[in-house]
Design a protein around this ligand. Structure first.
Ligand SMILES: [Ca+2]
Ligand SMILES: [Ca+2]
Ligand SMILES: [Ca+2]
Ligand SMILES: [Ca+2]
Length: 304
């Protein structure tokens, strides 16, 4: 663990001239070795082996819309999250384990969420932005009137992409969401409560980074090849609605609302080498006996 902190520290020094947010901070993305890739099924036990240097919590988030800023309250929203990657699949992986005092995500599965009565009010979703080649630059929300709508459609999500979940499925902020679906992307979630009740929300996500995503031809678009030691741009924002309409919190990892449309405002993540301090041999895999979900204790941990 200490060795790894030194590696991350060196990266931090060499990139402080880059203005990504929070300035001067580079977070590590855990390297999943071959045979240990997370399974996108919302069972988070395959992340249990990942160690604390990779952990992101609600204490790392900043609310940027309603004015809460850093007034975090674990009784309102508590989070454990990890970001990972694999050179084998060329994918970014994200784990979200949320405690929320009022979870509005529809019913407990895609099948039940489709057409459920609360789908129109379901606002408690993670939004994710990825800039694979760390180029920065705008990727959404053009107001430039010199651009035609067709030009905006091409630029939208082309060199960095925004993703999320919606009650009726996996979603991308783009002219298409084909790249949010297998084999390019995937997501799964479960929650422990009825709509609007307190509970846990468990989710896993998997996305391909693209340098030139063409919405008219996703399969032949240009992927960014993830390479160990490099840095990519990344943000997630936890939307927290507790009334089922609008949101009461817009909790960004980057600390800047502009991360939803401009990659200059994303956070820097480091594509880590395989970490010798992680005991991959003990990773929970399907069909193996695992302990009762430790993630279920998040409420006890954060929301006393
Ligand atoms: Ca899993
Ligand atoms: Ca809440
Ligand atoms: Ca880019
Ligand atoms: Ca909520």
């Amino acid at each position: 663990m200490k060795k790894f902190a030194l590696i991350a520290g060196a990266i931090l020094v060499s990139t402080t001239c880059w203005a990504h947010l929070p300035e001067g901070l580079v977070r590590p993305a855990v390297h999943f070795p071959s045979g240990h890739l997370p399974i996108i099924d919302s069972d988070l036990s395959d992340w249990d082996v990942v160690t604390d240097p990779y952990l992101i919590t609600h204490e790392d988030l900043t609310e940027t819309v309603t004015g809460l800023g850093t007034q975090r309250d674990a009784a309102d929203l508590a989070l454990r999250a990890y970001v990972g990657w694999s050179p084998e699949t060329n994918k970014i992986y994200i784990m979200e384990d949320r405690w929320d005092d009022a979870v509005w995500v529809g019913d407990h599965s895609w099948e039940n969420a489709k057409g459920s009565g609360c789908s129109g009010n379901a606002r408690d979703f993670l939004e994710i932005q990825i800039d694979g080649d760390h180029s920065g630059g705008q990727f959404n929300s053009w107001r430039d009137e010199s651009l035609t709508q067709e030009e905006k459609d091409i630029l939208h999500g082309q060199q960095a992409q925004g993703y999320g979940l919606r009650p009726n499925g996996r979603y991308a902020w783009h002219k298409t969401y084909e790249h949010a679906l297998p084999p390019f992307g995937d997501a799964a979630f479960t929650c422990t409560n009825d709509p609007g009740e307190p509970g846990n929300f468990y989710a896993e996500y998997m996305y391909t980074p693209w340098n030139d995503l063409r919405w008219t031809d996703v399969p032949n678009s240009v992927q960014h090849i993830l390479t160990e030691g490099e840095i990519f741009g990344f943000n997630f924002t936890v939307l927290d609605s507790d009334t089922g309409g609008g949101y009461d919190g817009y909790w960004t990892l980057s600390g800047d609302t502009n991360s939803c449309h401009h990659a200059d405002f994303l956070s820097d993540f480091f594509l880590s080498p395989v970490d010798p301090d992680i005991d991959w041999a003990s990773q929970a895999r399907p069909g193996t006996a695992v302990e009762e979900k430790t993630w279920g204790h998040i409420k006890a941990t954060f929301a006393e």
